[in-house]
Write a protein that binds this ligand. Structure first.
Ligand code: UFG
Length: 319
């Protein structure tokens, strides 16, 4: 069964292609390669294209007799979204609208969408459930929330069945070493901490004056292969005729930046030089998921939820 995977050359998309293939699906990657890598497309064909090209999306859906779409393609740098919001609304929100219109035209009615805890904004209670208010504090979160709303509107209007998956902090890489985390520039804590430990450079700690036990920010780090498996479960549920749904994906456990730094030292066996820096703008003190719904409705259980294990899988360098 052919599944179109937009953004399948990216970090989470490529890991999901591996899981799809393993579960007996045929991923067909649609990616403009602006931030993804063709070397990460290993489990099916790559169609190099942009979501602004609606005709091309329609042709891909039709010619490959696509049964469902997994939609990852998006820009995901919070800072960049603040300095260039138009880029995010055009690529993320506009791209999603084009995809939805193309799916409607061709009659593809199943969609799994890559959303984010950034749609919640600053938490008003913890852990964050799917019913938490959605008040994004940056254009990246807004662009994803607007996409969610469009997807939900296409349900009753056009019969679209959808699964919206809101990830917390995606981390780690394929435990079998076939894929790596490969962002340019890299902004995420775990790869930067590993790089600093191995190269002997300093890791900046953005704020140690938060209202948390050690003063640094707390995040819920979820292994990318666990995210990938959740997508396959969500897809299977849609294909089995299950109702549309919205699910948080996290472990429910929080780790502070200083705990991550200590775990990186332990896993690499190297001392990590730390440079205490001012807070990074827009960082909430604590983000922790309540993922009970994904566990009960999708039958999903994160299997790599040990921080040191996550870091161990992230050690391999981009090739
Ligand atoms: N951090 C540092 N030093 C660094 C990098 C990060 O101290 O060099 C800290 C951050 O301030 C934050 C934590 O490490 O407290 C995690 O930061 P990341 O950049 O790894 O991840 P974020 O929590 O900022 O971002 C993630 C996703 C985004 C998403 C966001 C939602 O990567 O796509 O969660 O809040 F928008």
């Amino acid at each position: 069964m052919n599944i179109l995977v937009t953004g399948g050359a990216g970090y989470i998309g490529s890991h999901t292609c591996k899981e799809l293939f393993r579960a007996g699906f045929q991923p067909i990657v649609f990616d403009n390669l602006s931030r993804g890598h063709s070397r990460a497309v290993k489990w099916g064909p790559l169609i190099q294209g942009d979501l602004s090209d609606r005709e091309l999306i329609e042709r891909c859906l039709r010619e490959n007799q696509v049964e469902a779409v997994l939609h990852f393609a998006a820009f995901a740098y919070v800072g960049e979204s603040v300095s260039d919001p138009g880029l995010y609304y055009r690529n993320n929100t506009g791209g999603t609208l084009n995809l939805l219109q193309a799916m409607k035209t061709v009659g593809v009615r199943r969609l799994v969408f890559s959303s984010t805890c950034a749609t919640y904004g600053t938490p008003v209670f913890l852990p964050i459930t799917e019913n938490h208010p959605q008040q994004p504090i940056n254009p990246y979160g807004q662009s994803k929330l607007m996409s969610e709303r469009m997807i939900l509107d296409f349900g009753p209007a056009h019969g679209l069945q959808s699964m919206i998956l809101r990830y917390f902090n995606a981390a780690g890489a394929d435990p079998e070493g076939e894929l790596v985390e490969d962002h340019e520039p890299e902004t995420h804590l775990i790869p930067l901490a590993i790089r600093a430990a191995l190269e002997g450079t300093a890791l900046r700690i953005f704020g140690t004056d938060y209202d948390t036990p050690d003063g640094s920010c707390i995040r819920d780090y979820i292994h990318v292969s666990d995210l990938a498996r959740a997508h396959v479960l969500a897809l299977q549920r849609l294909l089995d005729g299950g109702a549309s749904g919205i699910h948080n994906l996290g472990t429910g456990k929080g780790h502070s930046v200083l705990e991550v730094a200590a775990a990186v030292e332990k896993v690499t066996g190297k001392r990590l030089r730390q440079e205490i820096s001012p807070r990074r703008e827009g960082d909430p003190a604590v983000l922790i998921a309540d993922s009970i719904r994904a566990r009960s409705e999708l039958g999903w259980t994160p299997t790599h939820d040990d921080l040191e294990e996550i870091i161990r899988t992230a050690l391999r360098k981009p090739g």
